[in-house]
Design a binder for this molecule. Structure first.
Ligand SMILES: *[C@@H]1O[C@H](CO)[C@@H](O)[C@H](O)[C@H]1NC(C)=O
Ligand SMILES: *[C@@H]1O[C@H](CO)[C@@H](O)[C@H](O)[C@H]1NC(C)=O
Ligand SMILES: *[C@@H]1O[C@H](CO)[C@@H](O)[C@H](O)[C@H]1NC(C)=O
Ligand SMILES: *[C@@H]1O[C@H](CO)[C@@H](O)[C@H](O)[C@H]1NC(C)=O
Ligand SMILES: *[C@@H]1O[C@H](CO)[C@@H](O)[C@H](O)[C@H]1NC(C)=O
Ligand SMILES: *[C@@H]1O[C@H](CO)[C@@H](O)[C@H](O)[C@H]1NC(C)=O
Ligand SMILES: *[C@@H]1O[C@H](CO)[C@@H](O)[C@H](O)[C@H]1NC(C)=O
Ligand SMILES: *[C@@H]1O[C@H](CO)[C@@H](O)[C@H](O)[C@H]1NC(C)=O
Length: 485
């Protein structure tokens, strides 16, 4: 994910305080309580429904960004596939808005939050290694840092998130970039099967044989079976450079973007914070010692903080967090898709961040804005078969995004327009640079709520809409958030 920056890494700590003041007594919400009661009476003892006074309710509704959290009428933690089916049938029949939360990392309000029934997948938390099959079954309620931790004793890993707090389901349903993406492909390329509850409540184990559902899932996933890979010690960590090193930083990152060693990966963010521009880079090498030369700049440019070392995969991911965050942070991100990261293009990104940082800080002194630079090697998309995203595997559009955080809720709309404008400017800058980006594809997991489907799914949109009509004729999934087909 994008949040490896000094500023934004902070946001991965769960929010602990209260919820936004969204009235549950709105007349249109009148029947939600009755639906909650009905669910409570119909599910087995493996599952539980929680009222707003319960601590579990707070956890179930909590999101990375305060602005993506809503006060649901109740939350429910299903503990079995049967109960997921029961719940889905009830909300579908009563036309009750609901949300499904895995990790809660989305910035888009309403995508995994609701005034109705909040379904939290936390009880689906299995990590079961099948050594013979070379697979591992992973529950949809987990975050990747937990998964890596539990795979560590087996010396195994899977293709998942890069920083703590990123949920298993969102990343896999959105595509899924990882530290091993150059070597193994996207998250979706490494799924063996999905345990899916269809919109009508029917359970189905979806494999590549189910051509259409495999291509574009509809429903609620309870667990994923993933390919596992042997994983030894790795080298890396996190490095932050200050404003005084900006020129060196831009050169170093542009140089790294030309590296062809698939074992090397970085995720860099340029963040404007109170007049400073910090470069924060998550550094990864798949081996105990990096290949000579690849990371020299990261060791020699004077850093504000740096801890590159040999460690376990799980430890490297865990080390991507530095501090705790204030609980009132609001945030959004918006995607763009360049095909190359030249020094001048990275400089454009830095200038864009500085421009918006200065403008928006005038409105809210707590504003922080960053642009992500995520280079991958040319084999990235060669590991999988056709999928909804990316719609065209012959061309890599790097998964780039602008992230913006603030604190004043009166500014939500201004901030949404600004993050959109900044990302659009950077897409336009890529075109000006001569990049072939007229049909640029952007990464769904960095996309703002107003992103047109075509920008993420290209020519696949029609097929996905057809699939939606077939598998969800009752429009049950429209009661939940997310991009609408
Ligand atoms: C849940 O119900 C099952 C079957 O009715 C019973 O065997 C089990 O002990 C119950 N578990 C709890 C925690 O109450
Ligand atoms: C994992 O790797 C370590 C270090 O190489 C080794 O000592 C240990 O036996 C391995 N564990 C398993 C389960 O293979
Ligand atoms: C990633 O994309 C999937 C599919 O659209 C979505 O369910 C999930 O909420 C997204 N997560 C983030 C962090 O954007
Ligand atoms: C690496 O630095 C980060 C940020 O300062 C810190 O949270 C983490 O504990 C450090 N890890 C190690 C192994 O020193
Ligand atoms: C980056 O942009 C700034 C501001 O426009 C300019 O002064 C500087 O020369 C540029 N640096 C590079 C390496 O392009
Ligand atoms: C929040 O923003 C609004 C709209 O710009 C402004 O009127 C208000 O004073 C701001 N509140 C704070 C606490 O700065
Ligand atoms: C530009 O990209 C499109 C795909 O969007 C591709 O069909 C076309 O061949 C590319 N043009 C060049 C000159 O590479
Ligand atoms: C549920 O939907 C699936 C997928 O469209 C369909 O195959 C199945 O027959 C449906 N089941 C019921 C009971 O309607």
């Amino acid at each position: 994910m994008l949040w490896a920056s000094f500023a934004f890494a902070l946001l991965s700590t769960p929010l602990v305080n209260g919820l936004p003041d969204i009235s549950r007594r709105d007349s249109s919400h009148g029947n939600f309580q009755a639906v909650c009661n009905q669910i409570a009476s119909k599910v087995s003892n493996a599952s539980q429904v929680f009222p707003p006074s319960a601590p579990q309710y707070t956890a179930d509704n909590q999101h990375e960004f305060f602005s993506a959290t809503q006060a649901s009428t109740c939350s429910v933690e299903p503990g079995s596939v049967e109960d997921v089916s029961v719940i889905l049938k009830i909300v579908g029949r009563t036309r009750t808005p609901f949300a499904v939360k895995g990790g809660g990392h989305t910035g888009n309000p309403g995508f995994s939050s609701t005034p109705g029934v909040q379904i939290a997948m936390t009880r689906f938390n299995a990590v079961n290694v099948n050594a013979d099959a070379g697979t591992v079954v992973v529950g949809s309620g987990l975050t990747w840092d937990n998964v890596y931790e539990r795979l560590s004793p087996f010396n195994l890993t899977v293709a998942g998130g890069r920083i703590p707090g990123v949920g298993v389901s969102g990343l896999l349903l959105g595509g899924g970039y990882s530290y091993i993406a150059n070597q193994r492909g996207l998250g979706i390329d490494n799924v063996v099967s999905y345990d899916l509850v269809l919109p009508n409540g029917t359970f189905k184990k979806v494999t590549a044989d189910d051509e259409d559902l495999w291509f574009g899932l509809r429903g609620i996933v309870t667990q994923f079976t993933l390919k596992s890979f042997p994983q030894g010690e790795v080298w890396g960590g996190i490095v932050t450079w200050g404003t005084d090193q900006l020129e060196a930083s831009i050169k170093a990152i542009a140089k790294f973007a030309t590296v062809t060693d698939p074992k090397a990966a970085i995720l860099t963010t340029y963040a404007y914070i109170s007049g400073d521009v910090l470069t924060t880079t998550s550094v990864f090498y798949d081996g105990p010692v990096p290949a000579p030369g690849v990371f020299d700049d990261f060791l020699t440019i004077p850093a504000i903080q740096s801890n590159l070392s040999t460690r376990s995969f799980a430890d490297l991911v865990k080390s991507q967090i530095s501090t705790t965050i204030p609980s009132d942070v609001r945030g959004l991100y918006c995607a763009f898709g360049p095909t190359a990261y030249s020094a001048s293009y990275i400089n454009d990104s830095v200038n864009e961040v500085i421009f918006w940082g200065r403008e928006l800080t005038k409105l809210d002194p707590k504003v922080q804005i960053l642009a992500g630079i995520e280079p991958f090697t040319s084999g990235l998309l060669s590991h999988g078969t056709p999928s909804a995203y990316p719609p065209d595997r012959s061309q890599i559009y790097f998964p780039s995004g602008v992230a913006l955080t603030w604190s004043n809720s009166s500014l939500d709309q201004v901030m949404a327009q600004s993050v959109r404008q900044a990302a659009d400017d950077l897409q336009a800058a890529a075109l000006r640079e001569g990049q072939n980006v007229t049909n640029a594809v952007v990464y769904p997991n960095y996309s703002l709520f107003d992103t047109p489907l075509e920008a993420m799914y290209g020519d696949n949109v029609e097929r996905l809409q057809e699939l939606k009509r077939t598998v969800d004729p009752g429009n049950v999934m429209n009661l939940a958030g997310g991009f609408r087909f």
